[in-house]
Design a protein around this ligand. Structure first.
Ligand code: HDD
Length: 758
């Protein structure tokens, strides 16, 4: 019996295969070889949603009406109508006084159609505008039940979820693989109401107080005069602010690390950032930090790869998430918690838990798994779900409470407030994607875009006219009761606590926890970003900040900028590294990895077929790359081509294999023989696109393999056969076996010249 994941990967591969031809294609989707499809002449009902595309239940589990049923809001009927349901006979021509005459004002259909179109856009999110989302389920292990009474964390609880990932700075249409923080927002539709965990892929934040949020965002967004650059921090205003406002140092360092350019949403960690307070059934409290740990490990792109992807496939992360789910290779994360005693000082091992620029090393407080998140359903409508979903850190359930983190306090205001502009009024909780799956009886009435038809006459308390309904509940009936935390006697001030003043020891810990190759990437990132700045003072001030993290970091970046390295202005603290912060050095599952198989028309088709099967068997995705689209070989055995030399670019693949050519000796064929299929264009020259494919993959530390003499192609691409991570074997499957071994480490790290030693 094939395991579900293998089945799933096989399905995606078959689907991709189908992209080239109608026979195996997606039903109804013409392939390039099929005859053009004529316009249908017979009406039919709208297509039902695919099984994996139905929206979330809009009724509570108890059947309580929480709004209109999905069926009421979907389009129905087979004939085109106006918004009012009147059937139309023509929607292609305006009503005119004669075919060449003026258009008449009385054309109500024209006016309705254009009026609606004129208002199709809503304001994009002021931050996190670019995103992608998916439905899923959260299965509780029950391990958190000792510290929280939250029903969705009880043993065996299963909760529907909707998760939206995002970049922070870019507009809605910006590229996915920019250097930026990523949002990781989860809506749990629990039986006790909605709980939103609105986190990021970086565990610390730029500012300690929400009053500084507009400042960091204004600095990070494009310059107000020319509105450039889009979706990135490589410009003067960003570096101006973070070099002056040194509490941003820790988050900025994470951004400049590989965390700023994730390989996939599926390979990102998520963090709740703030410290929250859990409350158990007896009222006992525990301070907590939330973590999402991806099952596939934490992996990143390399910078050049990220830049190329921005042009080649700006939807790289969005596509990756949707494809994986469509294939059934469901992304998974474990939710984990770090717990700390709820002491009056709210510190742990000297770390102020209310300072959101701090993390607590996992070596000091291990992350304890409490449940499993599986994303298993793509949204059926981007606007209705991904765009209209509204997260809010104040969407809390009994058993989870907030702390006095001043950043969190401001967020508790902002997330409701922003929806008034973005979603046009206070009734956004009625949008299908935002509706709780618990009964709602809220006494909130009327307002813009009200869709509920409320019953009763007395939406006020106390009342007698509606029989006193609705009644309040006690804590024993699941009411949300704020934890009676003692507030220390204090004087009203605009000030931060003394403990918030250390801006450098945590960044230094992060730097010291990195492997040499990760440090090299950080140095390169600072050098790139500051190199994009024009203001000398901004660069010099940033170097001063770097000197306060580490002299090596500072001097390397200074050398790249051609500037002197300053001395630190604070004593460098002797901090213990936290190995858990590094992404390098372990072996991870290879599920869902993309393996490109470069094949020429005269290549070892038998070998390619065997490799394709073996890639699938290893739960990865094989893509056959050939000079042209269509089929390789003929008859039953013909292989479908998924990528051509024109459409393939190395950045899409985690590993590349070059098919051998049977009967040809190493020196007799290949790069120098146009017949081998690698030499289109001038005979005897390797196709430059294949050369680029291989040389790029090599430069980006990807595993490369070739069999049966195809090493001549590697040689022509400038890929040394004896370099680390380059596999040459007698057969395709032998080559693949070794390449899979390399993929577990994500990249062939030995290929990066680690300029700075630990
Ligand atoms: Fe925020 C959106 C995460 C601080 C104000 N934020 C937003 C989203 C994420 C985060 C993931 C996108 C949600 C979605 O997909 O719809 N934000 C964070 C994290 C923060 C943080 C992890 C710090 C720990 N945010 C923060 C502050 C403020 C805001 C301090 C305001 C004072 N954030 C917003 C917002 C957004 C938002 C303006 C824009 C769109 C939205 O809320 O719905 O309210």
């Amino acid at each position: 019996e094939e395991n579900p994941l293998k089945r799933a990967v096989r399905k995606v591969s078959d689907t991709l295969q189908g992209m080239a031809g109608p026979e195996e294609g997606i039903p109804g989707k013409p392939g390039p070889q099929s005859p053009p499809v004529a316009e249908p002449t017979e009406p039919r009902d709208p297509l039902p949603p695919k099984p994996d595309q139905s929206g979330p239940a809009t009724m509570s589990p108890t059947g309580h009406p929480t709004g209109a049923d999905q069926a009421d809001v979907a389009q129905s009927g087979s004939r085109l109508t106006t918004a009012q349901g009147a059937r139309l006979y023509d929607t292609d021509h305006s009503l005119k006084a004669g075919p060449r005459g003026p258009v008449l004002l009385q054309d109500h259909h024209l006016r309705e159609k254009v009026m609606h179109f004129d208002h199709e856009r809503i304001p994009e999110r002021v931050v996190h505008a670019r995103g992608a989302a998916a439905h899923g389920v959260f299965q509780s292990y029950g391990t958190a039940a000792t510290v929280t009474r939250a029903a969705f964390l009880a043993p065996d609880a299963e909760t529907p979820v909707f998760v939206r990932f995002s970049t922070v700075l870019g507009s809605r249409g910006s590229s996915d693989t920019v250097r930026d923080t990523r949002g990781f927002a989860t809506k749990f539709y629990t039986t006790e109401g909605v709980f939103d965990l609105v986190g990021n892929n970086i565990p610390v934040f730029f500012v300690q107080d929400a009053i500084k949020f507009p400042d960091i965002v204004h600095a990070g967004k494009p310059h107000p005069d020319r509105e450039i650059p889009q979706a990135q921090s490589a410009h003067d205003t960003f570096w101006d602010f973070v070099s002056l406002h040194t509490e941003a140092t820790h988050h900025t360092l994470w951004n400049m690390s590989d965390r700023g350019i994730p390989r996939s949403y599926r390979t990102m960690e998520g963090f709740g950032v703030h410290t929250f307070r859990l409350v158990d059934a007896e009222g006992g409290t525990t301070l907590v930090k939330f973590h999402w740990k991806p099952k596939l490990g934490v992996h990143s792109l390399v910078w050049e790869e990220a830049q190329i992807i921005n042009g080649v496939d700006p939807d790289f992360h969005r596509r990756d998430l949707a494809d994986a789910i469509e294939a059934g290779a469901y992304p998974q994360w474990e939710l984990g918690i770090q717990t700390f005693p709820d002491t009056p000082d709210q510190t742990f091992e000297g770390i102020d838990l209310l300072d959101p620029t701090n993390l607590v090393p996992e070596e000091l407080a291990p992350v304890q798994p409490v449940g499993l998140l599986t994303l298993n359903r793509n949204p059926s409508n981007f606007f209705a779900e991904t765009e209209q979903v509204a997260f809010h850190v104040g969407h809390l359930v009994p058993g989870i409470d907030v702390t006095d983190d001043p950043l969190l306090a401001g967020r508790l205001f902002s997330y409701l407030d922003t929806q008034i502009t973005r979603l046009g009024g206070p009734n956004f909780p009625q949008l299908p994607i935002n509706r709780p799956h618990a009964p709602v009886n809220d006494m909130l009435r009327d307002g813009m875009h009200q869709t509920a038809v409320h019953r009763g006459v007395a939406p006020y308390r106390p009342n007698s006219l509606d029989g006193g309904c609705p009644f309040t509940a006690g804590a024993d009936m699941g009411a949300y009761v704020e934890t009676p935390v003692r507030v220390p006697e204090a004087t009203k001030v605009r000030a931060a606590p003394e403990s918030f003043a250390d801006h450098f020891s945590q960044p230094r810990r992060f730097w010291l926890s990195m492997t040499p190759v990760e440090r090299e990437h950080i140095i390169a990132a600072y050098t790139f970003e500051l190199g994009k700045c024009y203001e000398q003072a901004v660069k010099e001030r940033t170097l001063q900040v770097l000197a306060n993290i580490d002299p090596v970091l500072c001097s390397e970046v200074a050398a790249g900028l051609g500037l002197p390295a300053p001395e630190p202005t604070v004593p460098l603290v002797d901090v213990e590294p936290s190995p858990a912060l590094s992404q390098v050095g372990q072996t991870w599952p290879v599920d869902g990895r993309i393996v490109g198989i470069v094949a020429g028309p005269d290549g070892d088709l038998e070998g390619v077929r065997a490799v394709r099967e073996a890639v699938l068997a290893a739960d990865m995705v094989p893509l056959v790359i050939a000079p042209a689209g269509g089929k390789l070989g003929s008859g039953e055995e013909a292989l479908t081509v998924q990528r051509t030399y024109a459409t393939a670019r190395s950045v899409e693949f985690d590993a590349l294999l070059v098919a051998g050519v049977p009967g040809a000796g190493a020196d007799a064929y290949g790069a120098r023989d146009a017949k081998a299929g690698f030499g289109v264009g001038a005979p005897g020259v390797t196709d430059p696109r294949v050369g680029l494919l291989l040389s790029e993959a090599f430069r980006h530390g990807k595993a490369i393999g070739a069999w049966q003499g195809a090493e001549a192609v590697l040689e022509a691409a400038g890929v040394p056969a004896d370099a680390p991570g380059v596999v040459l074997a007698g057969s395709g499957t032998d080559t693949l076996r070794q390449v899979v071994g390399l993929l577990g480490a994500h990249r062939v790290w030995e290929r990066f010249p680690a300029a700075v030693q630990g």
